[in-house]
Design a protein around this ligand. Structure first.
Ligand code: SAH
Ligand code: SF4
Ligand code: F3S
Length: 436
């Protein structure tokens, strides 16, 4: 096999898993092809979080079948969460697939690829590697300034709508030394920002021999010279501790930015989702956070149309958004997922109502985001310049609060921290002028 092409769906963990697969395949001498048509093997790194993600995968698979008809030697591999969920079932729908492996099998990628190359029949390997979290894997990162670093895998929370715990397994933390070594190497390569990845970073450290928790890990990362900024996703509100608030306040490299998914503003729905916090507890936590960390930017995830969500429940999500004043939200219509507890709940909400509710929260949030961005007008922000901008100024970057800023400035600033004055604002981005 000389070349491969990876198509990635889903979350940052999947994006980063694709970087790792690229690293592993490049280490065995294969080249990454920029289009599927030029590759000997195409890997689909899949997501199963909502039905739509699954549909996207099957339509991509259909396109690849046509490519394989023209080029019979082409190997098609399915990785990621749908591979883990469906295993050999994928073959009954798509018998032309050659290789199926799950997210915790990536350390064995080279081995499964060899196996697939040596036999005509499909190879299925979704057993998972119990030692996966202790493996140091190469990664060929797409970005040269900002890097993702996995700190843990899996999830133990079993929110009733979510497939992740079934597909990514139990929570396993990487040893702190491994993480710090990886961050040090990134700093040596010139990376300026790291985003620590996990489904629930606030419970980092469970089951480790070396005693560690997330705030203490942040302190270790903060001490790595060369790294200028630290971000992390995702935090579960229940596990957000006072200690974390203090770490975000005191550690200079940790950005004043938090993605804290609430999901719903109704206690009845939160309980039915198994989120294990109430609206009041959540609001109290963000009030404390904002009191301690000045200029904190906050984003969240919302699900509308969860089974049993009445008009009153939904109104509570609307008022929650008004109260919390997020900088941005990701909102989704509830989607039925195989094997999850919410499937068996009564009161599934009709599609039309889910759509209306989704449109309403998005409209409301647009106005809030616009207003919050406007409030930054005239302020001076620290921006990490990370590339050329598509429109507006000539270069672009992010504030510590993770807002995109277009700046009129030379490309030589890419990779540096600059201070800019915000001169205009929109919903999706800001425009800044470099301060003398
Ligand atoms: N571990 C993270 C995020 C996991 S998935 C967390 O707990 O916050 C990202 C988001 O997808 C979730 O926060 C949730 O809002 C949404 N999501 C998950 N399952 C869903 C489903 N079945 N239907 C609609 N949205 C879903
Ligand atoms: Fe899914 Fe809940 Fe785990 Fe997030 S915390 S991955 S929403 S089960
Ligand atoms: Fe999707 Fe799996 Fe991530 S279901 S959101 S790729 S953990």
């Amino acid at each position: 096999m000389k070349s491969f092409h990876i198509i990635t769906f889903g979350c940052q963990m999947n994006e980063h898993d694709s970087e790792r697969m690229t690293g592993i395949l490049e280490a065995r001498g294969c080249a990454s092809a920029s289009v599927a048509g030029d590759a000997d093997m195409v890997i689909l790194n899949t997501c199963s979080i909502r039905e739509k993600a699954e549909q996207k995968f099957y339509s991509e698979l259909g396109r690849l079948k046509k490519l394989k008809d023209e080029k019979p030697g082409l190997k098609i591999a399915v990785a990621g969460c749908i591979a883990q969920q469906e295993g050999s079932n994928i073959l009954s729908r798509a018998p032309y697939v050659d290789l199926i492996f799950g997210p915790s099998d990536i350390a064995r990628l080279s081995h499964v690829v060899d196996k697939s190359l040596s036999q005509p029949s499909p190879v299925i390997d979704t057993a998972g590697d119990p030692e996966y979290h202790r493996k140091r894997l190469p990664a060929a990162r797409a970005d040269k300034i900002k890097a993702w670093v996995s700190i843990m895998y899996g999830c133990d929370n079993f929110c009733t709508y979510c497939v992740v715990p079934y597909l990514r397994g139990r929570e396993r933390s990487r040893p702190p030394d491994d993480i710090i070594n990886e961050v040090r190497e990134l700093a040596q390569k010139g990376y300026k920002e790291v985003t620590l990845l996990g489904q629930n970073v606030n419970s980092y450290g469970k089951g480790l021999e070396q005693s560690a928790d997330f705030p203490s890990l942040l302190r270790l990362v903060n001490d790595v010279p060369g790294i200028e900024r630290i971000r992390f996703v995702t935090s579960h509100p229940r596990d957000l501790s006072e200690k974390l608030t203090v770490a975000v306040r005191d550690l200079p490299k940790v950005c004043e930015f938090l993605h804290l998914p609430i999901q719903s503003g109704s206690d009845r729905i939160l309980a039915s989702m198994n989120r294990k916090y109430t609206r009041a507890e959540y609001l109290d936590k963000i009030m404390r956070l904002r009191d301690s960390v000045s200029g904190l930017a906050l984003t969240t995830d919302i699900i509308v149309g969860f089974p049993g969500e009445t008009e009153q429940d939904f109104e509570l999500t609307v008022t929650l958004l008004e109260e919390a004043q997020y900088d941005g939200i990701f909102a989704f219509k509830y989607s039925k997922r195989p094997g999850t507890a919410a499937l068996n709940l009564s009161g599934h909400v009709p599609e039309r109502i889910k759509e209306e509710r989704l449109a309403r929260v998005l409209d409301l949030q647009k106005a809030i985001t616009e207003k919050k961005n406007k409030a930054l007008s005239g302020t001076v922000q620290e921006v990490l310049v990370d590339g050329h901008s598509k429109r507006g100024g000539t270069i672009t970057g992010r504030t510590r609060g993770n807002k995109a800023v277009n700046i009129d400035g030379p490309a030589s600033l890419i990779g540096s921290l600059v201070h800019v004055e915000i001169i205009s604002t929109g919903v999706n981005s800001l425009t800044g002028k470099i301060c003398e």
